[in-house]
Structures are given as structure tokens and as C-alpha cells.
Design a protein around this ligand. Structure first.
Ligand code: ADP
Ligand code: MG
Length: 255
């Protein structure tokens, strides 16, 4: 059974001057625990799609079915992670991580202790009293992820989460983030324009066309070595096969 069903979704932005058709009749579904990447040309409507899936934006047509519509407010089930980490520089790592719980007034003993456990399990316990400026870019992204996980979301929406990092850090943080998401058993939807990153992390890749975004391809990604980390996947033979296949498809979109 699918957790999220994108059903006949279209979205047009209206402004005084213009109408921008961003998404046209999209259909696909996402299973619980799946890690999906969405790729497509810049400006095609990827972030728009994430906002529709989260419930922040209402589609002009169609709907998102979450758990067969048994959930009233699915925004509560979603956690976002962006390219920028949006950490507050004047707060300690721990305060940043606990902030969401405090704002939502769910900073119960249990929730605080789970957040502290996340910090500990993912090697940040030595840095809880540090300020974000004292951390590397990669570590900051790990803190941002843990801040999101502290709210115990069912689904993580990642919008180009590694784009601001240099290449080497990116490979490392990608391994970290994927490892954490897998261990915590979360469903994840990641927007990226990096094909290699999509293949290295995902169970499935959805390729969108130029704006307005329609579905170009929906590819299942399978590696013989099921437990390979993203970094290890890059060295497996399947990596190049998928890369060549998808590169061709993306290339056609840019013609
Ligand atoms: P992507 O994330 O794939 O780069 P976006 O989803 O951000 O693309 O945007 C898709 C299209 O919709 C772009 O042409 C963008 O300019 C337009 N767009 C995005 N947000 C708005 C908005 N709030 N109002 C009007 N147009 C928008
Ligand atoms: Mg975007």
C-alpha cells in the first residue's frame, strides 16, 4: 500500500501580470520507507511539488492522498530539510535542536530525551553546547536534520539538501544523512539536480519534464549490494548503467 498518492495534480501560479503553469497532471505514489529522488530541469516545478506534497500549497487540480486520506493535517507528519540549514547562530546546537519542540509546545520530558538521544546516536553529543558557527558545513547539515527528526516526522522532504556544500563534504554528508534516514526508518523525498546523488541515495527516481512538469520517467533503482552506502554505490557497476540511462533522458529534456 502506498503512503502518499499524487493524484492528477496540476498547479498554476497566478500573479497580476501572468499565469505560470508549474505542474501538469502528475500521478505517482510513494510507499512507506521509500527513498525517492525527484530530478528535472531547473525551474520545472520540483520545489512546488514538494510544497504540494507537504500540504503547504494547495494544487489547482487533483489531490494528495496521505495514508488513504485518514490523516487530517499531514503537514504535522512532514519534516523539511533545505540547502540552507537555517540554524540560529546565537543558540547552541542543543537549543537549535529543541527549538521546534518548544515552539510547538511539545517539549515533554520524553521528546527532549529522544532529541538528546538523536544527538548522541549521531555523534553530536560533544558539540551540544557549541554555536553553529563553530561547526563545519557538513556538521551543521547533520544538526539541521536532527532538529527536523526531533519533531518525529513520518516523511522527510529534502530540497537540494547538499547543494551548498563542496563536493567532498557533500559525499560525506550524503552518506551521513542517508544512513540516519534509513536507520530511523523514515520515508524520504529528495529534490536534487545531481543525477549521481539521486542514484547513490534512492530506491526510485522520478524524472520530470521542463515546466510545466509532467512525469517523464519513474525508475526503480536496485543494487545487488543492498547495504551499500551512497559512497559505495558510486563504485558498483550498476551506478554507471543507471547514470548512462538517465543522463540520456535528462539530455533530451535540455534540447
Ligand atoms: P524548481 O524547484 O524545479 O527549480 P520551482 O518549483 O521553484 O522550480 O518553480 C517552478 C516555476 O514556478 C518557476 O518558473 C518559478 O519561477 C515559478 N514559481 C515558483 N514559485 C512561484 C510563486 N510563488 N509565484 C509565481 N511563480 C512561481
Ligand atoms: Mg527548487
Amino acid at each position: 500500500m502506498s503512503l502518499i498518492e499524487v493524484s492528477n495534480v496540476s498547479l498554476t501560479y497566478h500573479s497580476l501580470k501572468a499565469e505560470t503553469k508549474a505542474i501538469e497532471n502528475l500521478n505517482f505514489s510513494i510507499k512507506e520507507g521509500e527513498f525517492i529522488s525527484i530530478i528535472g530541469p531547473s525551474g520545472c516545478g520540483k520545489s512546488t511539488l514538494l510544497n504540494i506534497i507537504s500540504g503547504l500549497l494547495k494544487p489547482s487540480k487533483g489531490e494528495i492522498l496521505y495514508n488513504d486520506n485518514t490523516v487530517k493535517n499531514r503537514l504535522d507528519k512532514m519534516g523539511y530539510m533545505f540547502q540552507k540549514d537555517y540554524l540560529f547562530e546565537w543558540l547552541s546546537v542543543r537549543s537549535n535542536v529543541l527549538l521546534g519542540l518548544r515552539i510547538k509546545k511539545i517539549d515533554t520530558k520524553d521528546n527532549i530525551s529522544s532529541a538528546d538521544n538523536l544527538l548522541k546516536n549521531y555523534q553530536l553529543d560533544r558539540f551540544v553546547n557549541h554555536k553553529p558557527t563553530e561547526l563545519s558545513g557538513g556538521m551543521r547539515q547533520r544538526v539541521a536534520l536532527i532538529r527536523t527528526l526531533a519533531l518525529n516526522p513520518e516523511v522527510l522532504l529534502l530540497d537540494e539538501p547538499f547543494s551548498a556544500l563542496d563536493y567532498q563534504t557533500r559525499l560525506k554528508v550524503c552518506d551521513d544523512v542517508k544512513g540516519i534516514i534509513k536507520k530511523e526508518g523514515k520515508t524520504a523525498i529528495m529534490v536534487t539536480h545531481d543525477l549521481g546523488e539521486a542514484i547513490a541515495t534512492s530506491d526510485r527516481i522520478i524524472v520530470l519534464t521542463k515546466r510545466p512538469a509532467t512525469l517523464k520517467l519513474d525508475v526503480k533503482i536496485e543494487f545487488m549490494n543492498k547495504d551499500a552506502t551512497p559512497f559505495q554505490r558510486r563504485k558498483e557497476p550498476e551506478f554507471n548503467e543507471y547514470f548512462n540511462l538517465l543522463w540520456k533522458e535528462l539530455d533530451e529534456l535540455n534540447e
